[in-house]
Design a protein around this ligand. Structure first.
Ligand SMILES: CC(C)(COP(=O)(O)OP(=O)(O)OC[C@H]1O[C@@H](n2cnc3c(N)ncnc32)[C@H](O)[C@@H]1OP(=O)(O)O)[C@@H](O)C(=O)NCCC(=O)NCCS
Length: 244
């Protein structure tokens, strides 16, 4: 049973890392595998009340692998951490089956309370390099967290979340093909993009107005007051509110 489980962990690493060539290579060289074996031992000790020994093994594994897994964390089957270095998994984190993390991931807490304060990752979740998932949030099954995202809210199953703070990206087939000037719609509440969209609109209106004035300047009799001046000079004379 124990050895079958180890073989499953190794096979999971081989399925997810195209660079892994043999089981022996994974067993000897992969920090993820070493950290996981140490975690399984530390967690068994922790659960039986051997807390100090559990923490000792966890910290020793951290020194060797760069992966810190608290022995109180709950981790399912076929867990894999690619590259490994700089991963932190907190005491009350819960991780389902077939979850994959890249290097630099933190499953951390945001409060000093002793209760549940770390994230829950349901089965099949993938967390990109450097991502931080903070607090007792839930990442739904098969969701993907982008590299360097900072997640502070729940992510629905199957969704991809990116950025700081992380927001869910619609699946490719739900994205709009074309939005004029990239102006955001109500479902994209990015204030910076909204402000840029407003500026683009204003530039567009100004360009139209300048064209009108140029036409009027060429038209002679139909010219408004100020005819004869360069169009730029006439635009400069306009009251501000009509320029927009
Ligand atoms: C988040 C992720 C899973 C999304 O993959 P996807 O569903 O194929 O999404 P897309 O590539 O179509 O990107 C969707 C949008 O999100 C943006 N995006 C993708 N990943 C992003 C990230 N990590 N941070 C910020 N924006 C990101 C894309 O630029 C794109 O923006 P656009 O629609 O304005 O062009 C993937 O980009 C990712 O970050 N994977 C982690 C990979 C990793 O850590 N590798 C380490 C190897 S050592």
């Amino acid at each position: 049973m124990f050895f079958k489980r180890l073989r499953d962990e190794i096979d999971a690493a081989m399925r997810r890392d195209p660079a892994a060539r043999t089981r022996l290579e994974v067993a000897l060289l992969y920090p993820s595998f070493h950290a996981l074996v140490a975690y399984r031992l530390a967690h068994a000790l922790w659960a039986r009340g051997w807390r100090l020994l559990g923490r000792f093994i966890s910290q020793a594994a951290r020194a060797f692998t760069g992966i810190e897994i608290h022995p109180g964390a709950m981790i399912g089957q076929r867990f894999f951490i690619d590259h490994g270095m700089g991963v932190v998994i907190g005491e009350t984190a819960e991780i389902g089956d077939d979850v994959m993390l890249y290097h630099g991931v933190t499953l951390g807490g945001t409060s000093l309370s002793h209760g549940k304060r770390h994230p829950t990752l349901e089965s099949g979740v993938i967390v990109g390099a450097g991502a931080k998932i903070l607090g007792p949030v839930t990442i739904g099954a098969n969701a993907r967290i982008g590299a360097n995202a900072v997640v502070v809210k729940d992510v629905p199953p199957g969704a991809s979340a990116i950025g700081i703070p992380a927001r869910v990206v619609p699946p490719r087939d739900q994205r709009q093909d074309f939005v004029a000037y990239g102006t955001p719609t109500a479902d994209l509440p990015d204030p910076v993009a909204r402000a840029i969209g407003g500026l683009v609109d204003q530039i567009d209106r100004l360009s139209a107005r300048v064209s009108e004035l140029e036409q009027a300047g060429k038209g002679g009799a139909a010219a408004p007051s100020g005819a004869g001046q360069a169009p730029e000079a006439r635009v400069a004379q306009l009251p501000l509110r009509t320029r927009g």
